[in-house]
Design a protein. Structure first.
Ligand SMILES: [Zn+2]
Length: 274
């Protein structure tokens, strides 16, 4: 107690004012609050933002590409999970999902890169011309091809394809795409004329211009004229289910970057249709 009284007596009279001491306390608190902010902006010490950053690194962005391992193969348990189920290989479509084997896959990601560039060129040119194109189908499974082939044969309706198994068709190998009108679907002859014009300008073959069996929405890879007239090496690789080699030799795969997503090729023909 005596010590305290002594120190109080040594202070000048102005410092003993309670208002001044309160003002000094407020200024001190403000300074303490500003120090970390100033230090962070100058980079002198880890700021709050820099400490928080690593916590957000593990969150993948929506729509990010599938993880690729060192061999360039998808590395997650189901590498097709980011694609519509109609694009999944048949062996993953079991139980209630088996209905998706008959649903068209319309993802451009399943195409070899060269083919995809030509299809995107066609879509761009159509949009610039004021059209509203819709990609209806890209990859086609064997089960879906057999389902389509049955129309007009074992199933009522008009024939929609002359290809009995997907393995002898361009869609199965990522070499064909069907483009329809977004609102009028297959019912717009002038639109399909321009699909054909732009597809051919982008280096594709247009089914719209085929004489004997025109296939209006269909555009396909031009390096292989037809499956029956495919070169021997192509027929051999198809028989061996070597899709990657087929794409590489056909020049449909980019030499840069990871290979496009390669869907496993169907094995022997699948059993009876439901
Ligand atoms: Zn087609």
């Amino acid at each position: 107690m005596p010590d305290r009284n002594r120190s109080r007596r040594r202070l000048p009279a102005a410092w003993r004012s309670p208002q001044l001491r309160a003002a000094l306390l407020v200024i001190g608190a403000l300074c303490l609050a500003l120090i970390p902010l100033l230090a962070g902006s100058l980079g002198a010490s880890p700021s709050a933002a820099r400490v928080r950053a690593p916590a957000t690194l593990g969150t993948p962005a929506i729509g990010s590409p599938v993880a690729i391992d060192s061999a360039g193969r998808p590395s997650s348990a189901n590498p097709y999970a980011h694609l519509p189920k109609g694009c999944w290989p048949e062996h993953l479509l079991t139980g209630r999902d088996s209905v998706w084997a008959f649903t068209p896959c319309n993802a451009l990601e399943v195409l070899p890169i060269g083919m995809r560039v030509q299809v995107e060129c066609t879509l761009d040119r159509l949009r610039k011309g004021g059209w509203d194109p819709l990609v209806f189908e890209t990859y086609r499974s064997d089960r879906r091809q057999q389902f389509l082939y049955s129309y007009g044969r074992t199933r009522p309706g008009k024939r929609v394809t002359n290809v009995a198994t997907a393995r002898t068709g361009f869609h199965h190998w990522g070499w064909a795409v069907d483009i329809i009108h977004r609102t009028r679907h297959w019912n717009h002859p002038r639109f399909f004329h321009w699909v054909g014009q732009h597809a051919e300008a982008c280096g594709l073959v247009a089914g719209a211009f085929w004489k004997s069996f025109p296939d209006f929405p269909h555009v396909q890879f031009a390096a292989i004229e037809s499956m029956s007239r495919a070169p021997t090496w192509a027929k051999r690789l198809m028989a061996e289910n070597k899709r990657d080699s087929l794409w590489l030799i056909a020049g449909a795969m980019s030499p840069r970057g990871p290979p496009p997503l390669a869907l496993p090729v169907s094995g022997v023909a699948v059993g009876a249709m439901p």
